[in-house]
Design a protein around this ligand. Sequence first.
Ligand code: UD1
Length: 423
Amino acid sequence: MDYLQTYGEQKLNGTIEISGAKNASLPLIAMTILAKNNVHIKNLPNVADIKTLLKLLSNLGAKCEFHEDKVTVDTSTLNQTKAKYDIVKTMRASILVLGPILARFGHCEVSLPGGCAIGQRPIDLHLKALEHMGAKIDIKSGYVEATAPDGLKGCNIIFDKITVTGTANIVMAASLAKGKTVITNAAREPEVVQLCEVLNASGVKIEGIATAVLTIHGTDSKLLNIDEFKVIPDRIEAGTYLCAGAITKSKLTLTNVDATHMGSIISKLEEMGLSFDITKDSITIHPTQDIKPVKITTQEYPAFPTDMQAQFLALATQADGVSIIEEKLFENRFMHVSELQRMGADITLNGNIATVNGISKLSGTDVMATDLRASSALVLAGMVAEGETNIHRIYHLDRGYDNLEKKLQNVGANIKRLKEETL
Ligand code: UD1
């Protein structure tokens, strides 16, 4: 197993190229199950979650050729419809194959993903929506068994809560369904928008893209012809590097980035005193010597993303004053707090609200990554902590950050990947 070692009082300078978005790539790869042609996808991030989903598709019989940041997926050979526990347990987003496999083959079994470090994360809304579309769903021996021998039928679906992968799953299922599906309270995340745009360009008429009401005109089992496309930039990776610039008080430029997806992140950094030069595909952050405290509530897009909460919490430890950070989406997403406290951060946790008393003098130590975004928060803290910080269990980080330490080294960071000693 690997760990990361970094040192405090760092100054960064230079340019970081942002990779394609992991959370856009995953539904887009699952979408290839709906295609009759070989699908070429460009600008994929080199992260473990993408390899996991491609492995899942390969296990189901698809052919996947992954080279650098491109993949070609041929699902014409897909001949299995069971997503097994050993893969699903490593990546919850495997549930994204449920909608498209059921729509194409009329049956699908997917292992229940179970809880995870940040909360229970049920999939009841996915299942309820598929039942509305005519699927029969049974839960047996830890698996969701879904059948729709007569195909899925369009209907009205109102999500009780906004769900990102739930919306993606149902949009994909509705694409091959018979008739019109209207999804109310749909997620509007840019990753969902791209999925809808690609489907819309591939013969599925979708109205209301980027709004909370999506109308999907299904093809009645006709498979799609999907042209080559490029995954949108990763707004969470970009936001993390903006926090790296902010916390180390360094000027950094990000390229291959789309600031229009990052409104709430940029505006919170502006409130904290940072300033920016923004072009169509780049963002330069200008440092401030006096980081101001901030109030943040995580919510669905376009509000502040839960996937940036941990990084802003690390940044808030260096603000001059008291920041309040409220987590509204996941009940247990504050595991990084105890690790930051071990580094000397002054944080009080009360339910889902963290109160961060800023200008903590952090000191380096051994810390443990508990989930994907918590890992990058610990890296940020390590770059301003006195002395050496070792971040363990970075397999979480490798799930979603493409070459994080290399990208940081390229802008002058003192960070390296080392092997854990075996006892
Ligand atoms: C996606 C993102 C994840 C991000 C999250 C919230 C991917 C692969 N992952 O996760 O990085 O943190 O959105 O922006 O895109 N819920 C239910 N029942 C359901 C589904 C969801 O109660 O059937 C609840 C969840 O427990 C949570 C909330 O709805 O409280 C939002 O979850 P959801 O948007 O579904 O998150 P994911 O799609 O799993």
